[in-house]
Design a protein around this ligand. Structure first.
Ligand SMILES: Nc1ncnc2c1ncn2[C@@H]1O[C@H](COP(=O)(O)OP(=O)(O)OP(=O)(O)O)[C@@H](O)[C@H]1O
Length: 332
């Protein structure tokens, strides 16, 4: 079980309203990612679900029970922090077993759960080490192990990978996704990294100033962003946003086109421009092209196009891939 429902949830810190009013349904077994810029309230929302903060108003239901006033330990959720919060003087085994010993579980059952978690996380050979003798990735796995042994209704991750280097982040991202696939337990994951959100989530919740901008699968958000905020936030490099024509009902419009949806040519096309910086990523190349009267446009090519700084090129947006937004920022 692991169905979590938020109804009209509000959070104020003194006078400051951090979450004005929020409704959200998290289904059993879903991998849900809260993403948004720094300070948008992602961690606060996770802490409200965990019970580490009290809601100012509204209701939190976990598996059909009202959990709004329930103390954290009673909610059956397990939180994994970026700081790991491991005990340096305890072995890996003791660290993982810690919450079970606190709960006075039978030693045999503790043993069974710890060795099972160690197997899942590839930590079997490290059980007698102390955290100081482990790599960053291994420490992160110990922190996850401590959550697994509790057999929670849901795992709550607060930016768990932000202390790891880039390569390790990619590895751990995959490991957590695989863990989700094998455990099939609800996971709620907070990050400001839209790539993490895109690659891991079943469902992404895009937050901005304590409000939900859009909820949907990664591809839904990518293909059909509900507004300019989501269009600009999801996707790397960012969607090109260009001033569009005035529209009778909608006022000043904005046109959005992703870098992979602009065709490049040396002959005629819609817009003529000059190539600025090229970024070669190996599989893709991103050209930054200056077109008169527009912000610099980013265009994806396979890299075989062979253009250089200062070359004249023509750009043509693919007509069926153009997004349009009204003056209020909403998709038209
Ligand atoms: N205990 C607190 N007292 C007062 N204000 C707080 C408290 N905790 C958080 N805030 C404020 O609430 C807002 C949301 O903070 P929160 O940590 O949830 O954001 P976030 O989206 O997780 O940001 P980040 O990605 O930087 O961690 C911020 O403006 C923050 O300053």
């Amino acid at each position: 079980m692991g169905k979590i429902t938020l109804r009209n949830v509000q959070k104020r810190f003194g006078e400051a309203v951090v979450i004005p009013s929020l409704d959200l349904d998290i289904e059993d077994g879903e991998f849900v990612v809260f993403v948004g810029p720094s300070g948008c309230g992602k961690s606060t929302l996770l802490r409200l679900i965990a019970g580490l903060e009290d809601v100012s108003d509204g209701q939190i239901m976990i598996d059909g029970r009202d959990a709004t006033e329930m103390p954290p330990a009673k909610r059956g959720l397990a939180m994994v922090f970026q700081s790991y919060a491991l005990y340096p003087h305890m072995t890996v085994k003791k660290n993982i077993a810690f919450p079970l010993r606190m709960a006075k579980m039978e030693p045999q059952e503790i043993e069974r759960r710890v060795s099972n978690a160690a197997k899942i996380l590839n930590l079997t050979n490290y059980l007698d080490r102390r955290p100081g003798q482990l790599s960053g990735g291994q420490r992160q796995r110990v922190a996850i192990g401590r959550a697994i042994v509790r057999e929670p209704a849901a795992f709550l991750f607060d930016e768990p990978l932000s202390n790891l280097d880039a390569a390790l982040r990619v590895n751990m991202r995959l490991e957590i996704t695989e863990l989700h696939q094998s455990l099939e337990t609800t996971m709620i994951y907070v990050t400001h990294d839209q790539v993490e959100a895109m690659t891991m989530a079943d469902k992404i919740v895009v937050l901005n100033a304590g409000r939900i901008e859009q909820v949907g699968s990664p591809l839904t958000l990518y293909r059909n962003p509900a507004n300019l905020f989501v269009a600009g936030f999801i996707g790397s490099p960012k969607m090109n946003l260009i001033e569009g024509p005035e529209a009778a009902k909608h006022g000043a419009t904005t046109i959005g086109i992703r870098p992979e949806h602009i065709d490049l040519s040396r002959e005629a096309g819609a817009w003529e421009g000059e190539v600025g910086v090229s970024e070669h990523l190996g599989s893709d190349t991103f050209l930054h092209v200056h077109v008169a009267g527009m912000p610099t446009l980013t265009v994806r090519t396979g890299g075989e196009f062979g253009v250089h700084h200062g070359d004249r090129v023509w750009l043509t947006p693919q007509a069926d891939k153009i997004h349009r937004f009204g003056a209020d920022g909403k998709a038209l």
